[in-house]
Design a protein around this ligand. Structure first.
Ligand code: 9MG
Length: 282
């Protein structure tokens, strides 16, 4: 039982999503290292095939990303990001699931929204000039994520005096800016940004105190899938982090996460189904 009343619905472009149960967001990376080998057309085919598999496995939303945000990743010019993301949006427009686009560039947001995106997942929390306007002009949902620094350098020396307080204050400030900028609260999701400018200890503290973030009264999205914190705790390489990822995902859901961003949709669904059955019986 959580000590607060969580939000029940999220307005999300063409959809209104019920938040009564946790939602599974499947990751669809369209960076060259994900579906590269046979040129743009083959990449598009592979990406849409993977998207359909995620949907068959039970994804409630898809998160399409054309720029790697992994620690150390180099930025991608917005026009290249648009070239990667827009054909995938066009191909998946009628797939029956909300389409999220993971971007921090206002040009990409505008192009994505013109091509049917329902959610903008911004690791930069709409801080770029023009980002708020791009989102306000549509009826999409937006995920405001916390990050310290930039993907290229964020893991070099993350520092906080009070990581939970600072992340909470940042997110509360970004929510206020979004609402004042004309984005209704029922379109906003918040995210502590696990692994984005944080040490293992910071990540654990944030996950342990997720209920404090959830008490802000907005849906909380969490991404822990295959991340380096799972590697650090288990000693496993990125291809062998499923059990650790599921465990962290459930810990987040127990503390109020309503959307989980994952690579392994079928296994996440199974884990949630078992947890939900126990929770319903309690
Ligand atoms: C793009 N991306 C990678 N990890 C993420 C996370 O934890 N949250 C969100 N919102 N996006 C993420």
């Amino acid at each position: 039982m959580l000590p607060f009343e969580p939000p029940r619905r999220l307005r999300c472009g063409r959809f209104v999503l019920s938040l009564e149960r946790p939602l599974v967001m499947g990751v669809l990376n369209v960076t060259p290292d994900s579906f590269s080998d046979g040129g743009r057309h083959a990449s598009l085919e592979a990406a849409t095939r993977h998207a359909r598999r995620l949907i068959d496995e039970g994804a409630d939303l898809l998160d399409i990303g054309g720029e790697s945000t992994r620690p150390g990743a180099a930025p991608v010019p917005p026009d290249e990001e648009i070239r990667r993301v827009v054909p995938v949006l066009d191909a998946l427009r009628d797939c029956g699931r909300p389409l999220s686009v993971d971007t921090r560039r206002p040009e990409v947001m505008r192009a994505a929204l013109e091509h049917g995106a329902d959610l903008i997942n911004d690791i930069d929390a709409l801080q770029a000039s023009g980002a708020l306007d791009a989102v306000r002009a549509s009826d999409c949902a937006v995920c405001l994520m916390h990050m310290q620094g930039e993907p290229g350098t964020m893991q070099q020396a993350p520092h906080y005096d009070d990581v939970v307080g600072e992340v909470e204050d940042f997110l509360a400030g970004r929510v206020s800016a979004a609402v004042e900028g004309g984005i209704d609260r029922d379109r906003i999701v918040i995210d502590p940004g696990i692994g984005f400018g944080k040490t293992l200890r910071h990540n654990l503290q944030l996950l342990g105190a997720l209920d404090e973030l959830a008490a802000l009264g907005l849906p909380v999205l969490v991404g822990v899938s295959r991340k380096s914190m799972i590697g650090a705790l288990t000693g496993r390489d990125v291809d062998h982090r499923l059990a650790g990822s599921l465990s962290a995902m459930l810990a987040a859901v127990l503390r109020g996460a309503r959307i989980v961003r994952v690579h392994d949709v079928a296994e996440t669904r199974d884990a949630l189904r078992v947890w939900q059955a126990i929770d319903d019986a309690a």
